[in-house]
Design a protein around this ligand. Structure first.
Ligand code: SAH
Length: 213
């Protein structure tokens, strides 16, 4: 998702380090100190405009939530949401998910979320998919034993690819749905893309992948 350029965004982001955390590597292995509690940590990769992370944090005050999004023009909307809601348990990182192991230590993350990530349909771009084994390798470095990745997409081909990628890597899959809104999920937090696609009547695919060492 790349919106038009917003030249004021970088300054606004820099002015709100308590919401979009600069130098997240400084907090690696110390996120409990940052949040000042022992609550579980959920991380969303490719958060876009932040509807999911803020919704999740709002619904679950007993959980700390961090979203990662690399584009200024998108994360700026997440900043506005966080400013409105003033939740103590949600932050964003303006970073590339490629570097996720620089920000979180071993066993530091309870659950990862990947929502409506770019499908990169060409085979030669497969490595950029956030469910490619190159990314899964990084996720398992930071996930707790028994930690989970929850994945939602509207893209059938990406879903098929991801089922294979997670299972070949050694994750156990559960709660697979080929039509999330038909099947129902208690407490489902809708993302921007999810609202858009389901309004058009497109099915939403979902899975949970469990990591056991
Ligand atoms: N999760 C949101 C947005 C989906 S669009 C929703 O469901 O509505 C995918 C988002 O992931 C885009 O905003 C894109 O910039 C971000 N993204 C993709 N690859 C990324 C990466 N390697 N690092 C950080 N953000 C990434």
């Amino acid at each position: 998702m790349r919106l038009r350029n917003k030249p004021w965004a970088p300054e606004e982001i820099a002015n709100n380090p308590h919401l979009i955390i600069p130098n997240p590597a400084d907090h690696k292995n110390k996120w409990k100190d940052y949040f000042n509690n022992d609550n579980p940590l959920y991380v969303e990769v490719g958060s876009g405009k932040g509807q999911f992370v803020t919704g999740m944090a709002n619904q679950h005050p007993e959980i700390n939530v961090i979203g990662i999004e690399k584009y200024d023009s998108v994360i700026i909307s997440a900043l506005e949401l966080m400013q409105q809601l003033e939740l103590p348990n949600v932050n964003m990182l303006k970073e590339d998910v490629q570097e996720i192991t620089d920000f979180f230590g071993e066993n530091e993350v309870d659950r990862l979320f990947i929502n409506f990530t770019d499908p990169w349909p060409k085979n030669r771009h497969a490595k950029r998919r956030l469910t490619h084994e190159g990314f899964l390798k990084k996720y398992v470095e930071i996930l707790k034993d028994g930690g989970e990745v929850h994945f939602k997409t509207d893209n059938r081909i990406l879903f098929q690819y991801s089922l294979q990628s997670f299972s070949e890597f050694g994750f156990s899959l559960k709660n697979i749905s080929l039509d999330l809104h038909e099947d129902g999920l208690e407490g489902n937090v809708m993302t921007e893309y999810e609202e858009r696609f389901s309004r058009k009547g497109q099915p939403i695919y979902r899975l949970e992948a469990v990591w056991k060492r």
